[in-house]
Design a protein around this ligand. Structure first.
Ligand code: AKB
Length: 306
């Protein structure tokens, strides 16, 4: 797993270690994890350093690679060329080395950021107009096209999900537009209030980490012939606005106060994204079914963060 110290990697790695055994999962990132555990194999790697990545693959001979290293939407707007470089060349390095070294299976995350202002806003379908206008979304859409291309042209077994905003309590996300929906829980418990950088009525698709991890593993376990999408699968979970999540938190923490900051650059990114996602193709192909709604997620987040 490359980019294993991030929000998704941290929890996906735990699930993969449980499934395959610690000795069979190699995690890697630019820096050491904050709390390395005994018996876990970790390597420092920069996915843009192709010779070092090749040496790593030759050392461990992985059968599957999870490429999670990426720059997200908000940070991407601050460093557009760095985001493009990491998101595109990181993927190309892995795809090329997979072909060269015969690595069997790749997981690469895409995002709801592949959609844009002319995509249908509600229940955005698998196939529709896609005109992303953030560098992150543009890189993810280009990446999806590359994944499908490498699958069709070279037979590479690459699988991908269009993650919505992922909500979790173990590791905070960093640099995304959907991050408010995680920050809000930390602040609600710490200070009893939260100042939100998105407007009260900005609905966005979100998913609880437990569902995201289960969905990722289900996709990776699915038989090849079940999969009809080789770009990236739509993955819907919960759709809610800042006002709705604040209301849900208030049911458990009655003194919680929410305020809103205007003119944050992340608002424009959020406004260009879907409010909700339609994911029947994932349901039909590999039985995707999320289990957490807004209420269950809020309860679980607060219980665990406490
Ligand atoms: C972001 O906000 O950039 C990410 C995403 C939706 O891909 N969480």
């Amino acid at each position: 797993m490359i980019g294993a110290n991030g929000q998704i990697g941290t929890e996906l790695a735990v699930a993969l270690r449980q499934k395959f055994g610690s000795e069979n999962v190699i995690t890697s990132d630019l820096r050491e994890p904050r709390s390395p555990k005994e018996g876990e194999i970790f390597e420092i790697i920069n996915v843009l350093d192709k010779p070092a990545l090749k040496a790593l693959f030759e050392k461990y001979k992985p059968t599957q690679v999870y490429l999670l290293a990426a720059m997200l939407s908000a940070t991407g707007e601050q460093y557009p060329m760095k985001a493009w470089d990491l998101n595109m060349n990181g993927l190309l390095n892995v795809l090329d080395l997979a072909l060269e070294l015969g690595i069997k299976k790749i997981f690469w995350p895409s995002s709801i950021a592949v959609f844009g202002p002319h995509s249908p806003k509600q229940n955005t379908p698998q196939y529709c107009i896609m005109d992303p206008n953030s560098i992150y979304g543009i890189s993810k859409l280009a990446g999806e096209r590359l994944c499908e291309y490498y699958h069709k042209k070279y037979g590479l077994d690459i699988r991908s999900l269009r993650y919505p905003g992922i909500i979790s309590w173990k590791t905070a996300p960093g640099g995304g537009t959907t991050d408010y929906a995680v920050d809000i829980f930390f602040e609600a418990l710490k200070s009893g209030k939260y100042s939100c950088f998105l407007s009260a009525d900005t609905a966005l698709p979100m998913l609880y980490m437990e569902d995201a991890v289960a969905g990722t593993i289900a996709l990776m376990d699915a038989a090849q012939e079940q999969l009809t999408v080789r770009s990236s699968y739509n993955l819907g979970g919960i759709s809610f606005t800042p006002a709705e999540i604040a209301e849900e938190i208030t049911k458990i923490l009655p003194n919680f106060e929410m305020s809103y900051v205007e003119n944050d650059p992340r608002q424009a990114i959020a406004d260009s994204w879907p409010a909700s996602i339609e994911d029947t193709v994932a349901q039909e192909d590999w039985n995707w079914k999320p289990t957490f709604d807004l209420q269950a997620m809020t309860k679980d987040m607060i219980e665990n963060l406490k």
